[in-house]
Design a protein around this ligand. Sequence first.
Ligand code: 2AL
Length: 251
Amino acid sequence: MDQGKRFASNMRQQCTINVINPNTTRSMTALIELAARESAGPATTVVGRTSTFGPASIEGHYDEALATIGLLKAVAAGDEDGCHAHVIACFGDPGLLAAREITKAPVLGIAEAAMRAATFVAIHFSVVTTLSRTKVIAEQLVRNYGMEHACRNVRAVDVAVLDLDKPEANVRGILLNECRAALKHDGIGAIVLGCAGMADLARDLSAELQVPVIDGVAAAVKFAEALVGLGLQTSKYGDLAFPIPKERSRF
Ligand code: 2AL
């Protein structure tokens, strides 16, 4: 039998990934886009997209609820542009299941991608996120994703999302201290960074600490490429079927 016919070649699978920053801050999208491009393979095109509706940063449940509207619009726009996959580049994975309902393309949240990546390279990990008030969001995701046995702790550095790129905030130094405390006290082998705005620091922290430090943007892009390469789309049978047609207000 001609093996070439049974196994479709995906050696040079073309893949366009819609990488959505669900907050409205363009400078943060630029950082996210760069991290996504550095992670992407040569046959992948990264389209960075900034939400046009919602908060400037996402640091609580209210922000998440507002951001979900802009996020869903950005998913629809990516579908219209023919994107093969979507990445939600915010660590709360806002609107993840709603996004999966409205598209056939795979949708990856950076928190889920980072946590799953961590479990491939370590047994236990801790999350290091931004403000203490966002810890509850990460903790709920840990439970939703069945990661209670793998995630030992969710820590915060108490730096606001929009301060992460300010040199005076000394984010690298503060993150290093918190990661060192996690490695000393949490009984872990890997660290998951809890904000898309930390994406540029993962490699450097990993080299310094000599343990895997995982950025969800890079992980989600790689998982998106894998799913597209495998020819896998979001199931429209059952749980994630398209929303039931009905009268809805426009947004
Ligand atoms: C985030 C994130 O990744 N983007 C944003 O606006 N807020 N997450 C966080 N824990 O602060």
